[in-house]
Design a protein around this ligand. Sequence first.
Ligand SMILES: O=C(O)C[C@H]1C=CC(=O)O1
Length: 95
Amino acid sequence: MLFHVRMDVSLPHDLDPNRRAELVQAERDRTLELQKMGVWQHLWRVVGLHSNISIFDVPSNDELHAFLSSLPLWEFMQVQVTPLATHPSDLAAQP
Ligand SMILES: O=C(O)C[C@H]1C=CC(=O)O1
């Protein structure tokens, strides 16, 4: 199942800089891991914001939630999920 996911990150302004650097590195490591697993298929930055638009491919809603909540920045994110279905006019979906 494909999901369009938007993550808006809001780190506290008074977060210790070392803790911030650790979290950002851990997030990067986990993001790369999920991409290598084929779970996190696309990742784009939203221009001008600490936000991203992503496409995930996972078997179920529960597994998507597990992957998203495994992200080190999870507690600092607002996440919007849109499940995707095949569009009948998509050329790639034509018989
Ligand atoms: O910065 C972000 O968009 C949040 C998160 C998603 C990937 C990553 O490396 O960090």
